[in-house]
Design a protein around this ligand. Sequence first.
Ligand code: CTP
Length: 406
Amino acid sequence: MSLKGKHIVLGISGGIAAYKSAYLLRLLIKKGAEVQVVITPNGKEFITPATLAALSGKPVVSEFFAANTGEWHSHVDLGLWADLMIVAPATASTIGKMANGIADNMLITTYLSAKEQVMVAPAMDLDMWAHPSTQRNVATLRRDGVIIVEPQSGFLASGLTGKGRMEEPERIVEEAERYFASLESAQTMKGMKVLISAGPTYENIDPVRFIGNYSSGKMGFAIANECKRRGAEVTMVAGPVDPRLELAAGVTRVNVRSAREMLQAMQQEFADCNVAVLAAAVADYAPADALDHKIKREERGDFALHLVKNPDIAATLGAEKGDRKLVGFALETDNESVNAMHKMERKNLDMIVLNSLRDSGAGMMTDTNKVTIFFADGVQKEYPLKDKKEVAADIADSISQLFVSR
Ligand code: CTP
């Protein structure tokens, strides 16, 4: 497989196997990858940055600041740039720092900023590899999603065998190729355009007050990121969601505030999508007239707020959907299944995801969710309580099924 156009950060730490990194770098370049080398201060004792710069065609990054200009090297930019980060050789010390977030050099800060896959090729003495401390740190990295390229076997001084020698560069390249191939085969939504709404809407009472709800946007954002990971082109129309939520690189984001603004943005984007997922908790009512000045306490006694019905975004899109697919959500407290199925029919949806507020751990302001998915043709799927990211994968599977004729 060619690695053409792939951005790879090659992290080199201070082990004797660092001499093999020059060869690894050459193999990656030959496969068409663009490689940026990041080396630890100890790494430079084993291989010179000059060699690596010549092979990669890029200045090697090592210090936080460039020696000649004082310019700050941004590990964040590098972390964003990388499609894959390979740390080879990874010493016991570097593995320990990675596992524990000890960010005292550029390699570790880059690792902590890396958005995509990280792969580690350990290299150390056999007894160091076997030490419980190293094994614990390796296990931590595995749990954090890092691919470990198992070191090779060798003989201990005692004559027993053990592992520790860095895997050969050819094998590390194969691992990288396998990773990229698995990404491609996971692109089950390639060519699909997905529009998603998420979060609450805020309906202004006056310039400083609003009617809103507790929706965080977490579920919608998880679905957006999952669809993006599967290769879809994704547009997110977001209400005022939790500002800590992150969208995968490449997802288009449109920010809105009120239900009316959301409707307008959704209608505009709907024209150009294959499926819309309505994960937003849209306010059903808004104050009839939002005041343009702050309501003053002295000016009024008790008063009633006159509310008018907001447009139903799902139903509006449902009425004009043509051959596009529409996925809605239902948050119910009682008579859940019947209510959800009615909602699906009333709004002309193809699929509806029900979360019952009766289930603990489901619904708003949680990291987990428990859903039942109903399809317009009567099929129904019930899932156990899961992390919202895993629920997003189940929902993405079901969205894909909408495009398979049954
Ligand atoms: N929805 C919408 N526009 C609205 C209200 C809801 O698009 N004004 C969408 C939601 O994004 C969700 C689905 O419709 O996908 C169901 O939302 P829900 O609030 O459960 O439905 P309502 O029609 O508001 O019914 P209820 O009386 O239960 O609140």
